[in-house]
Write a protein that binds this ligand. Structure first.
Ligand code: HEC
Length: 155
């Protein structure tokens, strides 16, 4: 299973050419003096915009959990299944759909969690962001890891 996943990941990596999935460096350079509006020079797909909003929401939820505040999920996460992507063939893959469905389950769990379960559920949510990105879109991983509760690299 792991070997198969690795092979799949490597073969996908070879085919990855899209800017939004590789712009980690640009992003780091730009993030100081730009808002998050124009990171992708190819224009922003619906999925890219959704992902950015998901990032911001997760950042907020992380703070809310840390402060013991009620968490607020207002994005329509279901759109992860339908949003148009920079590379249509990526989101058409079985891998993408599987990770997307896990994402939706995690969001559902997060909404209905008791306060003492929140950290664990949140953690699984972010782990799944990273897993999908490892398989399909490695560029933003460094950024996504900052969403983990614990700064230690958990891999
Ligand atoms: C099912 C797979 C999948 C999951 C789960 C997923 N992503 Fe993504 N993400 C993608 C793909 C594919 C793209 C590329 C979108 C495009 O360019 O159209 C992307 C793009 C991004 C981007 C870059 C957007 C930009 O500016 O171009 C960020 C940031 C991001 N995701 C963060 C997250 C976060 C945070 C989570 C979890 C809360 C998450 N992703 C969960 C597949 C996923």
């Amino acid at each position: 299973m792991i070997a198969k996943l690795k092979l799949l990941t490597y073969s996908l990596l070879i085919f990855i050419t899209v800017v939004s999935c590789q712009n980690e460096n640009n992003e780091a350079k730009n993030s100081k003096n730009q808002t998050q509006q124009s990171i992708n020079p190819n224009g922003d797909s619906e999925l890219a915009l959704l992902m950015r909003a998901m990032f911001d929401e997760a950042e907020l939820v992380k703070k809310q959990i840390t402060n013991g505040e009620p968490i607020k999920i207002s994005l329509k996460h279901d759109e992860i299944l339908t949003a148009e992507a920079t590379q249509a063939e990526k989101v058409a893959s079985m891998d993408y759909k599987a990770y997307a469905n896990v994402h939706l389950q995690n969001i559902k769990k997060l909404k209905s969690s008791e306060p003492d379960q929140l950290i664990g559920v949140y953690d699984n949510l972010i782990k799944n962001c990273i897993s999908c990105h490892q398989a399909l879109c490695p560029g933003p991983i460094v950024k996504i890891k900052k969403l983990q509760q614990n700064e230690v690299n958990k891999e």
